[in-house]
Design a binder for this molecule. Structure first.
Ligand code: FES
Length: 96
């Protein structure tokens, strides 16, 4: 069964898309008709930050400059470079 990524704003489900193991959260959001703001699209600015509610969106090592240890502890992920690899839910409200 294919995995699905779900995009929430609080309790409201905005849309969902099938995880293909290579598309970023931004690309999948677009497919789902969900708009996530972006700026640098390279993991630097933090504009596209979302909160991971469940699932796996692996981090790079070292962390991209748009994230730090504290933000990671708060489940922050950057949509422009984050690729979900399983059943995933994110909240568009960043954990700040
Ligand atoms: S758009 Fe800048 S970190 Fe994603």
């Amino acid at each position: 069964m294919p995995f699905v990524v779900r995009f929430f704003k609080g309790n409201l489900l905005l849309g969902s898309a099938h995880v293909d193991m290579k598309s970023t959260l931004i690309e999948l959001a677009e497919e789902a008709g969900v708009k996530i703001p972006t700026n640098c699209t390279s993991g630097t600015c933090g504009t596209c930050m979302v909160k991971l509610l469940e699932g796996e969106v692996p981090l790079t090592d070292p962390l991209p400059s748009g994230l730090d240890e504290y933000l990671v502890e708060q489940c922050a992920r950057l949509s422009c470079i984050g690729i979900p690899i399983g059943e995933t839910s994110v909240d568009l409200t960043p954990p700040l």
